[in-house]
Design a protein around this ligand. Structure first.
Ligand SMILES: Nc1ncnc2c1ncn2[C@@H]1O[C@H](COP(=O)(O)OP(=O)(O)O)[C@@H](O)[C@H]1O
Ligand SMILES: [Mg+2]
Length: 362
């Protein structure tokens, strides 16, 4: 017996000629928080619907605890679902809304009531039991939808952009709430979002999707620090992407020549096999670049300061290196009380270390 709770093997879905999900393999461990991340239209909802049994695949299998449920009805799966539009019953009280799935499962009324109250405690809203949905805020309604899903203790909870309708502050709070509930209940969660920060904050692993296929699957750190493709490097966090050629290889350590900038600098491989002479793109995260004095030694990218932006906790510098059709270099560091006095138009040099640069083969 494996420890995976949910196994997806060769699962695929087409609409006519259009491939919404190419044959996909994915194992989700019991108690794992896995996030499907990707741009709009990348197949996230399609995959979730196939897991839930709301759509039929053209090929492949869905196994829950080893049992094949590919063609079973949604209610035959031990799965709960939370969507962006929480869809509470408007004429039922909050308590009745939450107890509804239990009533459907023929749980005796007294026990259903007790469990509904427990679920309300879990989402920290015990005082709203007697209210109607319209008497709650959007954030509170989303918590009730979560409580209604948890009340029958499904082994797996699927969430499709559940916080998409909430404003940023509330979304941040709800992210923490969902994480806390996940810790307390130990439920397996498959979570969908197109927001990379949300995925990074919440997930044990991220499954990054692109064009109906998995682009990369791994921990948030795997994807952030060792992106396998440019798509991944670009999708997660801000990065400077510079084209170059591998000058030499020493295990994981590379020396990369940046043609357009006329310098050679250190980098790490992203895990893919690599040879001298190969074309690569160097990924440099803005916060890993340091302003240096000429004469500091090491490779330096030099450019004219185009702009300085204070974006709250981070200050960002934009440098024009003069390289043909290259985007400005972005440098970021924590905003300090005593601001640096850089003048727009002045020349600045930035440097980096091998550990801060990842080479992605073309
Ligand atoms: N019922 C459908 N009929 C035709 N095309 C669909 C249908 N459902 C989804 N698609 C298409 O499949 C692709 C993936 O959709 P979806 O899984 O909803 O993406 P995501 O949730 O990542 O935004 C999209 O291009 C979408 O237009
Ligand atoms: Mg979707």
């Amino acid at each position: 017996m494996s420890s995976s709770n949910l196994q997806i093997s060769g699962l695929g879905k087409r609409y006519g000629d259009f491939v919404a999900l190419a044959p996909t393999h994915l194992d989700v461990a019991r108690g794992e928080f896995l996030t499907l991340l990707g741009p709009s239209g990348s197949g996230k909802t399609t995959l979730l619907s196939l897991i839930a049994g709301l759509a039929r695949p053209d090929e492949g299998r869905v196994l829950i605890d080893g049992a094949d449920v590919t063609y079973g009805a949604p209610y035959e799966r031990d799965i709960g679902m939370v969507f962006q539009n929480y869809a509470l019953f408007p004429h039922m009280t909050i308590e009745e809304n939450i107890a509804f799935p239990l009533k459907m499962r023929k749980v005796p009324a007294a026990e259903a009531r007790r469990r509904a109250m427990d679920a309300l405690e879990m989402v920290r809203l015990p005082h709203v039991a007697a209210r109607l949905p319209r008497e709650l805020s959007g954030g509170q309604q989303q918590r009730i939808a979560l409580a209604r899903c948890m009340v029958y203790r499904p082994a797996i909870i699927l969430m499709d952009e559940p916080l998409g309708a909430l404003d940023k502050k509330l979304r941040d709070q709800m992210q923490l709430e969902i994480k806390r509930i996940h810790r307390e209940l130990g439920t397996t969660i498959v979570y969908v979002t197109h927001d990379q920060e949300e995925a990074m904050t919440m997930s044990d692993r991220i499954c990054l999707m692109n064009g109906g296929a998995i682009e990369q699957l791994g921990t948030p750190a795997d994807l952030y620090f060792r992106p396998r493709t440019l798509f991944v490097a670009d999708f997660l966090g801000e990065s400077n992407l510079l084209r170059g050629e591998v000058a030499s290889v020493d295990g994981d350590m590379l020396s990369v020549r940046l043609e357009r900038h006329g310098i050679t600098g250190p980098a790490l491989s992203n895990g893919a096999p690599i040879k001298a002479g190969q074309k690569v793109t160097l990924m440099l995260r803005p916060q890993n670049l340091r302003v240096r004095e000429a004469g500091d030694g090491g490779p330096l990218l030099t450019g004219k300061l185009l702009d300085v932006m204070v974006t709250g906790s981070l200050t960002k510098l934009y440098l024009d290196t003069g390289a043909a059709d290259a985007a400005p270099i972005v440098v970021a560091y924590p905003t300090r009380r005593h601001a640096d006095h850089y003048a727009i138009g002045q020349s600045l040099s930035v440097g980096w270390q091998a550990a801060d640069a990842v080479a992605i083969p073309e």
